[in-house]
Design a protein around this ligand. Structure first.
Ligand code: TXA
Ligand code: MG
Length: 349
């Protein structure tokens, strides 16, 4: 299959491009489209065969369910059994936006979407192109992040093309996505609700609206050992190189440890890359030092993280050493993604 790319204005998407994309969705095809978090790989959520093509294109394990994207709250009634008051309050406060809600599903949602679970993940993205596409298609759109399974999520159309050319009918290219990390996933099917994946909407933000929530991605259901959020058991977001995160309260110690490790790996003949910040890049000696943003602006760090991880592949490094970040606000989600990309290899100093 040939993958077409259509450039669209992020604020005022071109109608012809959107209706072409909507036609592909209705015909059972795949369209990659921008959201405010990352690019999604979309198909008609009510068409099981189309959704199956998403799993094939990504090489995604069948037990990892997808998020269903809607443009208007009235699309919810087809997908979920009921909207309990906390869900209603969160939707009013954070939708459209980077918060995914997990609720008991209706029989209309094909099992392939939810990996056979009794719940479905839904979100209303805050991006004019995503909203226009869902409205024009006239169906909810199931969409995981538009990357090969296990690779960093795509924050620009070029990442989508790199991973999925030949696997997707059309890419709507509206430039870089805003937040750069995937949505917060909140399971509302249990009491108390559980944050399964941290993101732009923090647990504190949620707590301020509905009261206490649990935070944890590794808890499992009582009955059957199915992980609560199946996606969180896989290594994610990884560059091709080995990634090691060095974290600690004193930046000088972190820098010293990174330089020590860089020296050791270089002595072993391995090519080293360092993920640094504006404040620290001058402190490092390594063949490749990339700056992900300023430590004073964690939103920029979040927005640049996946691009930076992908860039190391281009420089063909064997090992990437990354600084850790303070875990408040969006920093918590940044560290979550770094830990996963590192497969848990975090050195504390
Ligand atoms: O920002 C985002 O959420 C992006 C954009 C495209 O919307 N999408 C995204 O989708 O990140 P994906 O498939 O890469 O991540 C969805 C996560 C996975 O960890 C999956 O296991 C979890 O949500 N999930 C989906 N449905 C679930 C369910 N019914 N129960 C528990 N976890 C679920
Ligand atoms: Mg993903």
């Amino acid at each position: 299959m040939e993958t077409r790319v259509l450039k669209v204005d992020a604020r005022r998407p071109d109608e012809a491009a959107v209706s072409e994309a909507a036609r592909i969705i209705r015909d059972g095809g795949l369209v990659a489209f921008p959201t405010e978090t990352v690019y999604g790989l979309g198909a008609n959520a009510l068409d099981a065969a189309a959704v199956a093509r998403i799993f094939a294109a990504k090489g995604r394990p069948a037990d990892n369910p997808l998020i269903v994207h809607i443009a208007d709250p009235n699309q919810l009634s087809d997908l979920v059994e009921a909207v309990p008051p906390p869900a209603q309050q969160l939707m009013e406060r954070f939708w459209p936006g980077p918060l995914t809600l997990i609720l008991p599903r209706t029989a209309a949602v094909p099992p392939v979407v939810t990996a056979g679970l009794g719940t479905v993940a839904v979100r209303r993205p805050d991006h004019p192109v995503a909203l226009a596409l869902i409205r024009a298609a006239g169906v909810p759109i199931a969409a995981p992040s538009a990357n090969r399974s296990g690779r960093p999520s795509s924050t620009v159309a070029a990442h989508v093309h790199e991973d999925l050319a030949g696997q997707v009918d059309l890419i709507l290219d509206a430039g870089p996505t805003g937040l750069g990390l995937e949505s917060t996933v909140l399971d509302l099917s249990t009491d108390p609700p559980v944050v399964l994946r941290p993101g732009g909407v923090t647990a504190a933000d949620i707590c301020a609206v509905i009261g206490p929530v649990e935070v944890g991605s590794t808890r499992e259901t009582d009955e059957d050992d199915v992980p609560r959020s199946p996606g969180t058991k896989y290594i994610h977001y990884a560059p091709k190189a080995l990634l090691i995160v060095v974290d600690g309260p004193f930046l000088e110690s972190v820098q010293a440890k990174i330089n020590d490790l860089a020296y050791e790996f270089t002595a072993e003949g391995r090519r080293v890359g360092i993920l640094a910040t504006a404040e620290t890049r001058g402190a490092y000696q390594a063949p490749v030092v990339l700056e992900v943003g300023s430590r004073k602006n964690m939103s920029m760090v979040a927005a640049g993280l996946f691009s930076a991880l992908r860039a190391f592949d281009q420089y063909r490094v064997d090992v990437v050493l990354s600084e850790g970040f303070p875990e408040d606000g969006i920093g918590y989600a940044v560290m979550d993604r770094l830990r996963r990309a590192a497969g848990g290899r975090v050195v504390q100093v």
